[in-house]
Ligand binder design. Sequence first.
Ligand code: DGL
Length: 294
Amino acid sequence: MIGVYDSGYGGLSVLRHLVEALPEHDFVYLGDSGRAPYGGRDAHTLLDFAEQAVERLFEEGCGLVVVACNTVSCVCLRHLQQRYCGPGSGRRVLGVTIPGAELAVSIGAARVGILATSRTVSSGTYVAEIHKLDPTVQVLQQAAPLLAGVVEEGWEDSEIAELCVRRYLDRMPPVEALLLGCTHYPYLAGALGRARPGLRLLDPAPFLARRLVEWLARHPGFVTAAEPPGRLRVLCTGDPQAFAEHGERFLGARVPPVEHVAEIDGRLAHADPAHAPKGQIVRPRRGSRWPGSS
Ligand code: DGL
């Protein structure tokens, strides 16, 4: 069973490519819609949310969790991998940033733009990952905090979307290609195309799906194909009915009945109460990772 985690609905736009590429697998999707948007949240809150979400997906029986959210991938992926995926753990957490960077470099452009949430941009992770692959690529970033909301409202083909997109792109020097560094932006392809005709748009999701197929072939131990295949469960922390209704647009298919995950005392409820930690929870201190802590 493969877990897919996102801040809310947007990751369903990634899930649709994963399901298409891996029809023999079961998926569990967790959208933290009750605490979205993530894009402007501080790093420590994101780490907290991300830990809770991947723990829940592990509890659901996922050996592999794909972080579909660009913001979480950019800020938390390394932490999640170190915390949960040590040798012998039998678990893996993968994200969208490395496939996104590979895609950006693969087209051979000299100047690539990144359009993303504020936190993704301030993390600098996409720039760093692209430069690890090719330090000569000029990378120009632009935060676009309004765009995810525009898509969630269903206004992606409206004049509002086009106006917002133009405003953001006007702040960015000309680029040959634009990496859509947020789960919602593939739905703005029309508005982006009208604002910048001919601009090449790079959606990491289909590329991630292809990479995941290859990865699973190389790492067969983490997920076993399901029998019968193709089951999808959807969990969310917000209103399940609203999630199913809105989610259909992102998934491109009917969303199965959505299960609610409660937040109890600021933490997501455990799948099985027996898994709930008891007593005081002390996190390991990680040196300079926590500035200000003594
Ligand atoms: N899923 C987030 C991302 O890809 C966008 C939505 C949000 O801000 O929560 O960065």
